[in-house]
Structures are given as C-alpha cells and as structure tokens.
Design a protein around this ligand. Structure first.
Ligand code: GLY
Length: 368
C-alpha cells in the first residue's frame, strides 16, 4: 500500500508520501524534495529510540549524514526555550540557507521544528516525518508552525510549508492507546466536515479500527490527508474553508485550557467539542437530531468520551473568546448541516451558547 498526495500551492507545492516501512527508504524521498546540503534531525528521546535508527538507515542509503538535535516533547515543552535551543544548535553547527530540518515526532516536535525552520536565516527547508496519528493526519500538513506563549496555546507561529511529508503508518504500532484514539478524533472530524463514507467506516468497522488493522488504518490516514491537502490547497491562510478544520475545536481548545491540558487529551477535548457543535447545530435547526446522535455514538464507540469533569459554562464561554480564532470579538463556530457538510456561524447569541453548554455538562457527566 502506497499513496502520494499533492498539496497544491504553486511554487510551494509538496508531496505527502504514505507507505508502510517508508522511513527506512526515506533518503530517496529527501533527495527528490530538497537540494539541501546539510541536514539536522530533530526528535524527542523516546521517539528517536523507537524509530531513529530506521530513519538514519534510510538517510544513509542516500549518503545523508544528519546532525542530531533532541528536545523533550509534551505540550509543556512547546516553548521559547525549545525554539531557542534548536536555533542555537543550528547556528553552532554552521547551518546555512541550504540546510534542512527533518522533524521526527508528534505534533509538538513538528510544530516547533516548523517554527525554527521558518525563522532560521529567514527560512530553511523542512521535512515532516510524523510519528503519531494526530500529527500524521493533521499537524504535519498545511504549514502551521507554533509554540505556546504567555500561557496561550500556539500564540507564536508562522506559516511555513514543508518540502514534503513522509508518513509511515507502521510507526503507530508503538503508539499508546489513548494517543492513538486522540488521532482518531481528527479522522472522525474529517468525516463529519467532508466525507460521509469516511465517517461510516467508524459505524461499520469499529473493531477493525480499534485493532489498528493495517488496511483500514492506511485508508483512514490517506483519506484524511487527501481532505486536508485539498482544503489547504484552496485556502492556505485560513481565510475561509480552512476554518472547517476547526470543527469541534472552539470548545475543544477552551476545555483543554480550562483543565490545564492535563485532564483531557486534545482528541478527547475535540470529541466533546464535536458533541457540542452537533448540539448547537440541532438547536439552531441546521440539522436533524439523528446527525448529533450518530456523532455521539461514534465518539463513544471510539472511547473518546471518557469522563467530562464538571465545568463552569460561564468560564468556558470566556475562554472561547480568548481563542485566537474568535474574530472581532465574535466566537466562530463550525456547525453541522449533515454528516459530510458543515457551515461557519459567527453570530450565535450568548444565551444559546450558555444553555447548550449547560446541556452538554449534564448529558456528558450522566453518560460517562
Ligand atoms: N489543524 C488545523 C489546521 O491545520 O488548519
């Protein structure tokens, strides 16, 4: 199984290559996408221990001899210290404009690597080798880079498209179950916003998905990447439809921040966010109740609705305003019309939002 998908952005276009075992063959891919003379491999210790050798083998086959930069991953390390360490190492290694940074890791490694690559000498080449499902289907594609700053997630960032994205689904074999499921939340999201057949896979084949059957996993990853590539190709800077990718994220980000990032994973928070978006969509009569019920059933079956601790709707409402995607003081929601079709809504009255939050709080704690 092998698939190549193009992110079509004129002179910034790049390929996403998805293939089992491709890490140990990555040298040819790199030779094709970058003319870089010097390569630095950025990773986190545990990821490097698990997959670094495969990648180095692949690079050595094409006579690449990368320098290694290791940093700690985890959201609390996605900060200016990590960024500064990478930039200092690149400088001390004498990297020039013809250098290339290869990121091997999850979303934190990919986001910080992207920011460092965009800043160093006003921009060097970047290659993403994502090792979590979340990073494979979302963070590694589309050129968003970031660190957290002043207590706000992803506050400092740039757009810097990679030269290529190399996805080896085999690496997911070492991913822990909760992290695997957090990535599934984003795949479910792609189904809801664009592709009912993708969503239906979760209704028809839940056991195979949870067992990480290689064929279905390959299909979920490649379909998700195709959807993201298509949306980014049409709207790189999130002026319009790229905002669809934030389905479930308006509340999801607020819940993550409210619980200080330690209680819910990103995918779990987004799962409750999707439930909430479905709830709002029904209340505003944008879709029938069955659309919401199908979403809740799938999220529950995938183990994403663990336990939503008690929260204050008013506090969460305030946090949603802090989200950098709130435009001109208005919270923007992506809502469902049907599975596979969403719409952007900006003017939802505060009492409707607060009352839907109260309903979610009651139903989510009852259900779990
Ligand atoms: N993760 C949402 C985006 O890339 O736009």
């Amino acid at each position: 199984m092998k698939k190549e998908i193009k992110v079509d952005l004129d002179d910034k276009s790049y390929p996403i290559l998805i293939e089992n075992g491709i890490l140990s063959e990555c040298g040819s891919f790199l030779r094709r996408i970058t003319a870089a003379q010097k390569i630095a491999l950025l990773s986190a210790p545990a990821v490097y221990k698990a997959w670094g050798r495969e990648l180095l083998k692949g690079l050595a086959r094409k006579r690449f001899q990368p320098e290694l930069i290791l940093i700690s991953d985890g959201e609390k390390n996605k900060d200016e210290k990590a960024l500064s360490r990478i930039l200092k190492r690149l400088a001390s290694l004498g990297f020039q404009r013809d250098g290339c940074l290869v990121a091997l890791g999850g979303g934190v490694i990919g986001d910080v690597a992207g920011l460092a690559a965009s800043l160093y000498m006003r921009g060097i080449d970047l290659v993403q080798c994502p090792t979590t499902l979340l990073a494979q289907v979302d963070a590694s594609i589309g050129g968003k880079t970031a660190i957290d700053f002043a207590g706000i997630k992803n506050l400092i960032g740039t757009f810097h498209q990679p030269k290529g994205v190399l996805i080896d689904p085999q690496v997911l074999g070492t991913l822990d179950n909760r992290q695997f499921k957090t990535g599934l939340a984003e795949v479910i999201k792609y189904g809801i916003i664009q592709d009912e057949a993708l969503f239906a896979q979760f209704e028809k084949r839940p056991e195979l998905i949870l067992r990480r059957d290689p064929q279905i996993l390959f299909r979920l990853i490649s379909t998700s990447c195709e959807i993201k590539a298509r949306i980014v190709s049409q709207d790189e800077r999130e002026g319009g439809k790229r905002a669809w990718l934030n389905y479930g994220h308006t509340l999801g980000h607020a819940l993550e921040a409210y619980f200080h990032y330690g209680v819910l994973t990103h995918g779990e928070a987004v799962a409750y966010g999707m439930w909430f978006a479905g709830l709002l969509s029904c209340r505003l009569r944008l879709c029938p109740e069955i659309v919401l019920r199908r979403q809740i059933a799938v999220l529950k079956r995938m183990g994403l609705l663990r336990k939503l601790p008690n929260f204050s709707p008013e506090e969460i409402y305030k946090k949603m305003f802090l989200d950098k995607k709130a435009r001109k003081g208005r919270i923007q929601f992506i809502l469902t019309r049907k599975i596979g079709l969403v719409t952007i809504q900006k003017n939802i009255a505060q009492p409707i939002i607060l009352s839907a939050l109260t309903q979610l709080r009651a139903e989510a704690s009852e259900r779990c």
